[in-house]
Design a protein around this ligand. Sequence first.
Ligand SMILES: Cc1cc2nc3c(=O)[nH]c(=O)nc-3n(C[C@H](O)[C@H](O)[C@H](O)COP(=O)(O)OP(=O)(O)OC[C@H]3O[C@@H](n4cnc5c(N)ncnc54)[C@H](O)[C@@H]3O)c2cc1C
Length: 528
Amino acid sequence: MYCMLNRAKIPPADDHRKQTMDGPSQILPTTGENRALVDNVHPGGWVNPEPATCYNLVVIGAGTAGLVCAAGAASLGAKVALIERHLLGGDCLNYGCVPSKGIIRSARAVRDARRGAEFGFSCGERAEADFASAMARMQRIRAGLSPHDSARRFRDELGVDVFFGTGTFTGADTIAVQGKSLRFKRAAICTGARAAPPPFPGSGEAGYLTNETVFSLTSLPRRLAVIGSGPIGCELAQTFARFGSQVTILERGSHILPREDRDAADILKSAFIRDGVRLALDTKTVSVARKGDEKVISAEHSGKGIEIVVDEILVGVGRAPNMDGLGLEAAGIAFDPQQGVKVDDMLRTSNPRVYAAGDICFPYKFTHSADALARIVIANALFMGRQKSSALVIPWCTYTDPEVAHVGLYEQEARDRGIGVTTLTVPLTDVDRAVLDGETEGFARVHLKKGSDHILGSTIVARHAGEMISEMTLAMTSGLGLSAIGRTIHPYPTQAEALKKLADAYNRTRLTPFVSKALASWLRLMRG
Ligand SMILES: Cc1cc2nc3c(=O)[nH]c(=O)nc-3n(C[C@H](O)[C@H](O)[C@H](O)COP(=O)(O)OP(=O)(O)OC[C@H]3O[C@@H](n4cnc5c(N)ncnc54)[C@H](O)[C@@H]3O)c2cc1C
């Protein structure tokens, strides 16, 4: 399906192919755009520099966390080395956020075109998706974003020593890469995570897609099984269904997006059903097998065995920390095989010279949290800072249609911590802009500490919930209550008015019978 012969060449003068556990990842197919991407993030003929005598900071891994560590430290005057065994930009640029959001946008356009009649235009009977063009658009955009993460930019503009190869600790303050030894005062492990091999038998022989291969597809699978209904599974399932694949999600639990509020997930479930996604809930994948060109999934549903026959399987669950080849023992760095490198609240490992940031050490595996942690590492590792990762307020968003965004505590979490909660919800049917846009599926919800306007958490389900959640995050980060959002003038008509309406709803809860009576008496008095 994705063309194995057409691969953008990644320079061979490297040992990472032998050392990565699951073999080299590829940027396929060999289009001009993908060549341009690789030329930026792993240029051919790159010569590793001669190491400095000692570095202020050596960063292993050049995904978001590593790039932010390296760029931030170098711009403050530190002597920095950055080691990457594969592609600068890591998952986000090459195999994650960027390609997924690129094709999500195309799929959303297809869906909008199909709704043409509702908005007063005709687009033929049914807008036809062109998968290959959508993938080509994504590749063009990804390549266009890549100069920012490029090896040349880091070397020439930021003064960072960029090494390609696997970084391996050889002692408490030394790291080897491609036969060279780098001595450091501080190091940052930013090696990220990758798709874990699926636990069910047969997957190796049958073959399956992960985030490292799905964006290389050149033709649309007619039937696609998506294992797992977390954010990655949900985003790609809906996207491929909109492109025209017959998609089945297999989920062990009884609802999709298991982490989110049930009613939020239910809204998405209805959207999925409308998009033609089949949901196999309470379904445990037992094994997979190849039969000719087809893949047969054996699963258990309510105690009964079922079979699902597809052309491709996308594994959307399970991430494993990238620790292979790191030599953590040589530097006395404690780790957990599942959770990754162990850090304290200030992101320091058990070796006081070594810190970690990003997916390798943190449960909230997002680009924006990797960025935030990297900034903490710079402050704590180089400038004797005492910043704590536990102080971060981290929002997240699943970029389905509608999007599901969240920040802070869920209601049950707050109750489990013994905090009294008042929950307020405004449906988007009450928000004029959502009505005008035909985007009323969703709601804005806030959890307040009982008896106050202190925001504990918020969930927003809306077409652009990811944009709207930042207002709640700002309030929480700055210690502003919901009343501050109520005092803020929101342009009319916008969907963000839903948040102001939450504040209005809060104000109404303060209108006790006594206050109502007092106000009514005053007004009666004014009438004379
Ligand atoms: C499909 C998908 C969609 C996503 N969408 C979003 C989204 O919309 N928003 C969001 O916030 N997050 C999203 N994420 C998550 C996001 O991509 C990650 O949280 C983020 O990339 C983590 O950055 P990182 O720097 O910790 O690790 P990575 O990006 O994984 O980078 C680690 C780097 O270290 C290198 N490396 C590993 N070991 C070594 C070694 N020993 N020596 C040298 N180099 C090494 C690797 O090659 C890699 O380049 C998505 C993820 C996926 C899979």
